[in-house]
Design a protein around this ligand. Structure first.
Ligand SMILES: Nc1ncnc2c1ncn2[C@@H]1O[C@H](COP(=O)(O)OP(=O)(O)OP(=O)(O)O)[C@@H](O)[C@H]1O
Ligand SMILES: [Mg+2]
Length: 330
C-alpha cells in the first residue's frame, strides 16, 4: 500500500474542465471519499490516477514515484468501475480469480481458491460462484466487480460509486464490510460517490468536488462542522442544512446568510414559525416549518405529536454565517 499525491492535476475535454488544478494527499492507509454531484469530475479523477486518461497538467505520485509515464498495469492500482465490467463467458469464480492468475501475479491455485472463497463470503455470493457472469442480477454483478478488486493487494484501490446499484440493506452491509476490510488490510482507498452517508460513515478524509475543483478536504467531522461555503455545507447532512436570510431572526448577525443544520434550531423561544407537517421516521421526527415564506426543516422528539398550523417559536443555536456569494464568514 502507498501514499498517493496529486499536484496541480488538470484535465479538459474540449470546453469542459473536468478536473481543475487538483492537489491532494491520500495518506497511506487512508479511506478518502470524494463527494460531488453528477459531472463534478469524480470518475475523471480516478481515471487520471489509474492511467486510463492522460494528464493535461500536474503530477501524480504513487508511493513517491511519478507515474505520469506509466501504464495502468505498472501503476499497480485496482479499480472498480461505475459500470460493472465482467468477463461474461466466465464463471463468477473465474472472474474473481482472473486478476490473481495474471502473468504478473501468477498466484498458486490453492491460494487463488482460498482468496476467492474468502471474498465471495464477504460479498455474500458464495452460492453464485459457478454461475456465468451473465446469470447474475445487477447487484450481484456489482459485487463481483468489487470482489475482483479486493482479491488483489494493490498500491491503492480506486472505487467509482461501487454500491450505487445495490438495494439499501446490502449497501448498508457492504459499507460496513468495506470499512472493515480496509481496516484489516490497512489498504489505501479512494472512493467516489454522491452519497453523503457513504462519505460520512466510511471516510477517514472527505474531499468535496465542485465543477472539477477540490473545494474542501478534511475529516468528515471537520467538513461537516466547518464547511467553507454553502455548497460544501449542503453536501453533508440529511436533512440538509437550512440556508436563510439572517435578518429573519432579528438582531445583529455576522453575515447576510445564516446556515442552520436541523439539529441547530432551538425550540421554545425566538421567532414564530408555522408547522407545515411532521414526518415520523421511527427513530426521528422531522418538522417542516414555514418562516416568513421560507421553508425550514428541523428535528424533534419522536414521541411528540404536532398538528399542522401549530405555531412554534425557534431560534438559532451554533449558526454558521455566509456572505451573499455563499463563502463562509468566520
Ligand atoms: N471522454 C469524455 N469526453 C468529453 N467529456 C467528458 C468525458 N469524460 C467526462 N467528460 C465531462 O467531464 C465532466 C466530468 O465528468 P465525470 O465523468 O468525471 O463526472 P462524475 O463526477 O463522475 O459524474 P457522475 O456522478 O455522473 O458519474 C462532465 O462534464 C463530463 O461531461
Ligand atoms: Mg462518474
Amino acid at each position: 500500500m502507498a501514499e498517493v499525491v496529486l499536484e496541480g492535476v488538470s484535465k479538459r475535454f474540449g470546453d469542459t474542465e473536468a478536473v481543475r488544478d487538483m492537489s491532494m494527499v491520500i495518506p497511506d492507509g487512508a479511506f478518502v471519499v470524494l463527494l460531488g454531484p453528477t459531472g463534478a469530475g469524480k470518475t475523471t479523477t480516478l481515471r487520471l490516477i489509474s492511467g486510463l486518461e492522460k494528464l493535461d497538467a500536474g503530477r501524480i505520485k504513487i508511493g513517491g514515484r511519478d507515474v505520469g509515464n506509466e501504464t495502468p498495469a505498472q501503476r499497480d492500482v485496482a479499480m472498480v468501475f461505475q459500470q460493472y465490467s465482467l468477463y461474461p463467458h466466465m464463471s463468477v469464480r473465474d472472474n474473481l480469480a482472473f486478476p490473481l492468475r495474471s502473468p504478473i501475479l501468477k498466484t498458486p491455485e490453492a491460494e487463488v481458491a482460498r482468496k476467492v472463497a474468502e471474498i465471495a463470503e464477504i460479498l455474500q455470493i458464495p452460492h453464485k460462484l459457478d454461475n456465468k457472469a451473465t446469470e447474475l442480477s445487477g447487484g450481484e454483478m456489482q459485487r463481483v466487480s468489487i470482489g475482483r478488486a479486493l482479491v488483489r493487494d494493490p498500491a491503492i484501490y480506486l472505487m467509482d460509486e461501487p454500491l450505487s446499484s445495490l438495494d439499501a440493506k446490502l449497501r448498508a452491509d457492504l459499507r460496513i464490510e468495506l470499512k472493515r476490510i480496509q481496516g484489516d488490510l490497512g489498504s489505501t482507498l479512494l472512493y467516489v460517490t454522491h452519497d453523503q452517508i457513504e462519505a460520512m460513515t466510511m471516510a477517514t478524509h472527505v474531499g468535496v468536488l465542485q465543477e472539477g475543483e477540490l473545494v474542501q478536504f478534511g475529516t468528515p467531522r471537520e467538513v461537516y462542522e466547518n464547511p467553507q461555503s454553502v455548497y460544501v455545507a449542503s453536501r453533508l447532512g440529511q436533512p440538509r442544512i437550512n440556508i436563510l436570510p439572517s435578518e429573519l431572526f432579528g438582531g445583529a448577525h455576522k453575515g447576510p446568510q445564516i446556515g442552520l443544520r436541523p439539529e441547530h434550531i432551538r425550540q421554545g423561544d425566538g421567532v414564530e414559525a408555522r408547522i407545515i407537517r411532521a414526518e415520523h421516521l421511527g427513530d426521528q421526527t422531522r418538522l417542516h416549518l414555514e418562516l416568513q415564506g421560507y421553508s425550514v426543516t428541523t428535528l424533534t422528539d419522536p414521541h411528540t405529536d404536532y398538528a399542522p398550523d401549530t405555531i412554534l417559536k425557534i431560534s438559532p443555536q451554533d449558526p454558521l454565517y455566509f456572505d451573499a456569494a455563499g463563502a463562509r464568514i468566520f
